[in-house]
Design a binder for this molecule. Structure first.
Ligand code: FAD
Ligand code: EPU
Length: 295
């Protein structure tokens, strides 16, 4: 970004030249040249409004657990740093988008509220989870979401209930410059012991089927309708395929893992190779689930 940034944008707390290796769970990528971390909704709104007024492109980052960044990102990146306050009102739980997703599931369990057990093994932020309509074990966010607040690309604040068509499997309309600020889940009163048992069962299932000891970005490809991407990749014989330090996990074929020194380019090449083999072998074009940012 050679253009100087406007003064009102520069008033929003920010850092320079932060490696994406530190901002993403996969641990690769170039530099984030401008990382804006507003601590209030007003600052977040100022960021979006200034960018809209100047016609500046920008991006929004959460916990970086569903992201592969290729190269340096020169445009401003917004990462909310709102105070992590959870409000419990009867069976309704509200939290800011910057709240840790797993920590939120734990807060619900601690409050004796059932419904977020599925979220207990999904890392990242609440905002990223709403944007992705994250889910597991037959449940996804839209099942419990009752209200959410977001900024429009022009920086207007909207608060609403979800409507049909806004959320689908690993997709929501909250893209293209919309920023989730907070969300409310409608939960059920549960038995704390039963909630703990369910969470432990989900975690155990993950522990045996997913490569949690290595850096990864969760499932790389979406499941095609009625099929499992992991099974298609596995049955194409690709487990263990390696490009440099990036590998198709021998534990779960839809996870690519970083053995420590992988580069973004290695992950990009590995993804291309996996897609090409699955297309040739099974005639199925896999669609990335991870977001890919190109510098
Ligand atoms: P990021 O990776 O930071 O961003 C993802 C996308 O969301 C980007 O497009 C970004 O621009 C956008 N975004 C982020 N914050 C906001 C915001 N406030 N407003 C608008 N857009 C925003 N996912 C599942 O669904 N189910 C699983 O079971 C699951 N298991 C996983 C297990 C592991 C070990 C890992 C590493 C990942 C897993 N994931 C899973 C993927 C990932 O955790 C989820 O997609 C998560 O919800 C992404 O949240 P994030 O904050 O990390 O988003
Ligand atoms: N399978 C294989 N080989 C593999 C991996 C899986 O044969 O290498 C088979 C399994 O044996 C099983 C089927 O494929 O019969 C499905 O596998 P699994 O139960 O692991 O679920 P998945 O469809 O691969 C989905 C989500 C996960 C989520 C789990 C649990 C997608 C793309 N993935 O995985 O979400 O945690 O279900 O609900 O929807 C993510 O989105 O990042 C993610 C990790």
């Amino acid at each position: 970004m050679t253009r100087p940034l406007p003064d009102d944008l520069l008033k929003v707390p920010h850092r320079r030249e932060v490696p994406f290796a530190r901002l993403t769970t996969l641990g690769v990528g170039g530099l984030c040249r401008w990382l804006f971390e507003p601590t209030t909704e007003v600052e977040a709104q100022a960021f979006v409004r200034a960018c809209a007024r100047e016609g500046l492109p920008w991006r929004v980052l959460g916990g970086g657990s569903n992201l592969v960044v290729l190269g340096d990102i020169d445009v401003p990146v917004l990462r909310l740093a709102l105070p992590k306050v959870v409000q419990v009102d009867g069976r309704r739980l509200t939290a800011p988008a910057s709240h840790g997703h797993i920590a939120l599931a734990e807060a619900a369990a601690a409050a004796g509220l059932s419904g977020l057990e599925f979220a207990s093994g999904i890392p990242g932020s609440l905002g990223g989870a709403i944007r992705m309509n994250a889910g597991a074990y037959g449940r996804e966010w839209v099942d419990v979401l009752t209200r959410y607040r977001f900024l429009t690309p022009e920086g207007e604040l909207v608060e609403k209930a979800p409507e049909p068509g806004e959320f689908k499997y690993r997709w929501s309309f909250l893209t293209g410059g919309r920023v989730v600020l907070s969300a409310t889940a409608q939960l059920a009163v549960g038995d704390p012991a039963a909630i703990r048992i369910q969470v432990a069962e989900y975690r155990a299932r993950r522990g045996t089927s997913q490569p949690l000891s290595k850096r990864n970005a969760g499932c790389i490809f979406k499941n095609p309708p009625g099929q499992s991407a992991g099974r298609l990749i596995d049955q194409a014989g690709l487990k263990g395929l390696r490009v440099g330090d990036a590998e198709v996990s021998p534990e779960h074929a839809n996870f690519l893992v970083n053995h420590g020194r992988a580069t973004a380019a290695e992950f990009a090449e590995l993804m291309d190779r996996v897609r090409a083999v699955v297309l040739e072998r099974w005639g199925v074009a896999l669609e990335p689930e991870v977001e890919i940012w190109r510098g």
